[in-house]
Write a protein that binds this ligand. Sequence first.
Ligand SMILES: NC(=O)C1=CN([C@@H]2O[C@H](COP(=O)(O)OP(=O)(O)OC[C@H]3O[C@@H](n4cnc5c(N)ncnc54)[C@H](OP(=O)(O)O)[C@@H]3O)[C@@H](O)[C@H]2O)C=CC1
Ligand SMILES: N[C@@H](CCO)C(=O)O
Length: 443
Amino acid sequence: MTANQSDNTKPLRIALAGVGTVGVGVIKLLDTNADLVTARAGRPIEIVAVSARNKGRDRGVDLSPYAWEDDMTALAARGDVDVVVELVGGSDGPALALARNAIAAGKSLVTANKAMIAHHGQALAAAAEDKGAALKFEAAVAGGIPIVKGLREGAAANSIERIYGILNGTANYILSTMEHSGADFGATLKDAQELGYAEADPTFDIEGVDAAHKLSILAAISFGAQIDFDAVDCEGISSVRAADITQADALGYVIRLIGMADVEATAGESPALLQQVKPCLVPKGHPLAHTTGATNAVVAEGNFSGRLFFQGAGAGDGPTASAVVADIIDIARGETGSPFSIPTAQLVPMTRAVSDNRTGQAYLRFTVTDKPGVLAEITAAMRDADVSIESLIQQGRANDGGEVLVALVTHDGPEGNISKAVELLKGSESLTAPPLIMRILSE
Ligand SMILES: NC(=O)C1=CN([C@@H]2O[C@H](COP(=O)(O)OP(=O)(O)OC[C@H]3O[C@@H](n4cnc5c(N)ncnc54)[C@H](OP(=O)(O)O)[C@@H]3O)[C@@H](O)[C@H]2O)C=CC1
Ligand SMILES: N[C@@H](CCO)C(=O)O
């Protein structure tokens, strides 16, 4: 740690890399809430230097009081900086170089970058522990919700049995807007981008990758597991059609992109970690069904606390800045702690769990050619794979003998049987696209 970082009376001097949606939010928060932040941190927090790509860009805030660095890695080498705040993004590249350099220089690092933490968080945490520096990433998971603190501190006494929820604001904004207004997917995504919710590459939001980054971080904290982003079974919302939303509604559900993780005890072997991000049908009575817009919600089930429900804005300048500054305040107070709740060297490697033997209900949607025998072909595959059907709906009739939708809901049964049924239908000339399978979340 730098002398200033450990001296709890002098101002804590920070450098901001990235002055975009979140960076500007941080500047505004530190300005608006200066007295309150100083009181809670026990000392002033001062921005001394900033860096971004384009010095001349109008950001709606005055950057002239701060030193400017064209090369953001230079922030790590500045003698007048105690804490580097990385708000650029990207799992590798300049953000990672800055993070490594800052920690190597003994500076604490605050970041909102879930991609970097999901891929390199463990190595960065080990390096930070070696240097006695802090690594903090509250804003990387679920925006303004204090879920990292909630698990590391509030729920620290519990064994977490399962963690799940809505971890991507953009996908939730798209699904819930389509549900309420019938708006088109593309137009809704554009709105989310304009509101500053989406990642630089919005396919990360749509395809579940951003939620998978966050889930892998939560799993490491919740279960003491080594981060294993590659083991997340990940599927996004791009295959969900307006017709699925309508169908789900008629059946008493809404569609949400759900991240879920738990650990299976395996006799004599290393524990198996299940990590899944998938669109699911959520009963309208479930609290996650009422989570709309860019709101995120996380359910953590502790063995003594019971079910904990965290909800709040999952994206946007203000909420994300709130999480970033909370981390800075912690560092000003001298709170370093293990980034993943236990010392990094104690995080356990876990094998990847498969969900074939898990039971539950599912929604299956087929797009098929409108011709005799199609329904019989689908139901025969269900019979042969031992999948029991609760209800089956064929939506309308194609005027031109073209494509129609067939949706069915299964009774409780093993997930593996559904995969078997889908496998049996593979290559069928009746199917015009791969089927969409969504698990139904139990109440
Ligand atoms: N937006 C949100 O709601 C949330 C975002 N996050 C995370 O926060 C981080 C920042 O996101 P956000 O503020 O939305 O992103 P923006 O795109 O709005 O801002 C990114 C900033 O980084 C700068 N930048 C980009 N590349 C470089 C580079 N190579 N060298 C120097 N500066 C660079 C940009 O410079 P310039 O302005 O000159 O182009 C810009 O100031 C990301 O990791 C994101 O995942 C986390 C939670 C919520
Ligand atoms: N793109 C992310 C930002 C918050 O991490 C989202 O939409 O949730």
